[in-house]
Design a protein around this ligand. Structure first.
Ligand code: EPU
Length: 417
């Protein structure tokens, strides 16, 4: 199994280019199921989750071609197998994003029910509730959700809670439904807006994406289109935190600063200097690093996907930071591992109390999920001596060439088997 070996203590300096957003690319790839014509998607990140999604779509009968410029062309003219098997769904929960498009275009889908995962129970009841309201019948069969629908009908759906992939599934389903669908209490994440832009280019009629009320007028057919995936705001934030803890001067390029307001505010509060333009952000030290208190919540509040990285930051900052996780019930798996590096962290329920220590010491640590892995890499970059991060396949799911990008910034990091 591959690991990362990091010799801590080198400040990051220089420029790093941000890749396309994983959590925008995954639903956009599924949107390819909504038309028989070619969907050309640019700026697709080279990630394991993307490869998994392409192989899932390929198994269904999608024809796929990938060019060297991170472009993917999809054509769903011959979908013969509208199914997401357990083997795929268990490795990548985002596989459930095929549910809405399959139900809308083919009137049937067979998708494995995802189990719990490393960060929480993560049910899909809201996805199903919405599809049922649109006229689909859903039955359970040996761990599979079987969806059957004549033409879906537009309805008013009020989500019980804010769910990102739930909103995406229903928005995709509604594009081909008969009449108007209104999704109330919709997620407002920038990835929803990016998906809506792609669907609109395909001929969908969507208003309000990015707000908590999305209105979709169904159309009979969607057509082919070109779309470029937005920059990854979580990758951007992760590089900024890595720069902050190593006291480096870094400029991230190809980013979208307006999607990171809550993260940039917390970084400024932590005592670093942030400047930004249309598509770049620069970070520089500005006195001592200070602990910050934060609370995760749906966009535009502080993202749960940046929580673990900030726990690593607080571990080496001055003072005590209180970190409250409100999205997932089990997202503090990185804490035990950070403690092995010498971090002083107590967890009480959904709150981590992080007391900054003068230094961390390298050790072998185990990655448990994607963002937990990122926080361990960040800690390794400042720890004294060598940190080995084991099970980095989690990292490869969501960060493109992370050790190459960090090396170019001056980190002493290498992949070992
Ligand atoms: N929830 C339900 N019922 C549902 C759907 C969600 O109870 O039907 C609960 C979840 O259990 C969770 C909360 O609602 O407690 C929010 O979950 P959400 O559905 O928004 O999460 P998701 O759509 O499964 C996406 C991202 C995650 C990110 C979350 C929150 C993708 C592919 N995944 O997941 O990304 O953490 O939104 O912002 O977009 C990651 O990239 O590392 C990652 C985990």
């Amino acid at each position: 199994m591959e690991k990362l070996a990091i010799d801590g203590g080198a400040p990051l300096n220089g420029e790093v280019a941000i890749s396309g957003a994983k959590n925008a690319a995954l639903p956009i790839l599924c949107a390819g199921l909504l038309t028989a014509e070619a969907l050309h998607i640019g700026n697709v990140p080279h990630l394991r989750d993307v490869t998994t999604m392409l192989s899932l779509l390929g198994q269904m009968g999608m024809s796929i071609s990938v060019n060297e410029k991170l472009g993917v062309e999809l054509r769903a003219a011959n979908i013969h197998h509208p199914e997401a098997p357990y083997e795929m769904v268990k490795t990548m929960r985002a596989s459930v994003l095929v549910l809405g498009p399959l139900a809308a275009r083919f009137g049937e889908a067979r998708v494995s029910l995802p189990g719990g995962c490393a960060i929480g129970l993560r049910p899909v009841d809201q996805h199903l509730k919405g599809l049922q309201a649109m006229g689909a019948t859903i039955t359970m069969d040996h761990g599979y959700m079987i969806v059957r629908a004549p033409r879906l009908k537009g309805v008013r759906i009020c989500m019980d809670l804010v769910t990102v992939t739930g909103t995406e599934n229903l928005m995709m389903a509604a594009t081909l439904a008969e009449g108007e669908t209104v999704i109330e209490n919709a997620a407002r994440e920038p990835e929803i807006t990016d998906l809506a832009a792609c669907l609109t280019a395909m001929g969908a009629n969507i208003q309000g994406a990015g707000s908590d009320k999305i209105t979709i007028q169904g159309v009979a057919k969607l057509h082919g289109a070109h779309h470029r995936v937005m920059p990854d705001r979580i990758e951007t934030g992760t590089f900024l935190v890595a720069a902050a803890v190593t006291r480096g001067n870094v400029r991230v390029t190809g980013a979208r600063p307006t999607t990171l307001d809550a993260v940039l505010d917390k970084l400024r509060e932590a005592g670093v200097k942030i400047e930004s333009g249309d598509d770049w952000i620069s970070i520089a030290p500005n006195g001592k690093l200070q602990s910050v208190n934060l609370r995760t919540a749906p966009y535009p509040a502080f993202p749960t996907d940046m929580q673990a990285q900030f726990v690593a930051l607080n571990s080496v900052a001055d003072g005590t930071g209180v970190v409250n996780e409100t999205i997932f019930e089990n997202r503090f798996m990185h804490v035990q591992e950070l403690r092995r590096l010498g971090a002083d962290i107590e967890v009480e329920g959904n709150t981590a109390i992080v007391k900054g220590v003068p230094h961390l010491d390298g050790a072998t640590v185990m990655a448990t999920d994607l963002r937990a892995s990122a926080s361990l890499v960040i800690a390794g970059l400042v720890a004294r001596g060598t940190t080995i991060v084991d099970r980095i396949y989690h990292l490869d799911r969501g960060y493109e060439a992370i050790e190459e990008k960090l090396s170019r910034l001056g980190a002493r990091i290498r992949r070992v088997s």
